[in-house]
Design a protein around this ligand. Structure first.
Ligand code: SF4
Ligand code: FES
Length: 249
């Protein structure tokens, strides 16, 4: 396949960026999208030009690092996958592909297609943890009975990989799908009860401080989420927040 790539290049957060045009040729349909960018970068380096900066790590849909806005969609045209799991067979020979970084005030551009998602880390630090009894009387977690439905819902919420596609997809740059998944996975389990009310208050407070927008029930976040995190989690977080507000500890 021969392709034209229109890629956002930006030196750093304070520089003005612009779309640049590149041609790549002999791209196999079996390559992943990131491998196609590797081919582009090898060519740029060979010509003495600066390679395009983009985030990646595991390249198997686990870490949440890859984060490209491809033809107007986070993680590209496919559903329930990350950018590293997107294959070039989803594109046609001769196609022009537009590649941009996640765009949100709380995700400033570091360079080119790489954004700073440390705002997510600070939200986790505000409450995404559980107390552990280290007194010597620690109970084996497998010995605590948990209703099957709760275990399943907690597991589904825990599959969130923190990629930020939900924020990028949202017209309000809301992080509520991400935060609600992290609140839900702990609120549903016995281990998460100790900090339950503080957790939701503190994580929502940090989310607001980071500059994320609010949810207006559009649902784009869940559609673009590579792990298909459900909007039910946002409803659960709203309930958790209301209860914690009305009945604080
Ligand atoms: S909710 Fe989905 S889109 Fe948002 S950070 Fe988690 S995995 Fe990524
Ligand atoms: S590089 Fe890890 S999820 Fe894509």
């Amino acid at each position: 396949m021969n392709l034209t790539l229109k890629i956002w290049r930006q030196q750093d957060a304070n520089s003005k960026g612009a779309m640049h045009t590149y041609e790549v040729s002999d791209i196999s349909e079996h390559m992943s999208f990131l491998e196609m960018l590797d081919v582009l970068n090898e060519g740029l380096v060979a010509k003495g030009e600066s390679p395009v900066a983009f985030d990646h790590d595991c390249r198997e849909g686990i870490c949440g690092m890859c984060s490209l806005y491809i033809n107007g969609e986070p993680h590209g045209p496919d559903r329930a996958i990350t950018t590293c799991q997107l294959h070039m067979r989803k594109f046609k020979d001769g196609e022009t592909i537009h590649i941009e970084p996640w765009r949100a005030k709380a995700f400033p551009v570091i360079k080119d297609l790489t954004v700073d998602r440390s705002s997510f880390d600070r939200i986790i630090q505000a409450g995404g943890y559980v107390s552990v009894n280290t007194s010597g009387n620690t109970q084996d977690a497998n010995a605590i009975p948990i209703p099957k439905a709760d275990a399943d819902n907690a597991f589904d919420a825990a599959t969130c990989i923190g990629c930020g596609a939900c924020v990028a997809a949202c017209k309000n740059a809301s992080a509520m799908l991400f935060v609600s998944a992290k609140v839900s996975q702990l609120a549903l389990l016995p281990q998460g009860q100790v900090e339950r009310k503080d957790r939701v208050m503190n994580m929502v407070d940090q989310m607001d401080k980071e500059g994320f927008g609010n949810c207006t029930n559009t649902g784009a976040c869940s559609i673009e989420c590579p792990k298909e995190i459900s909007l039910d989690n946002i409803a659960r977080m709203n309930r958790e927040f209301l209860i914690a507000s009305v009945l604080p500890e």
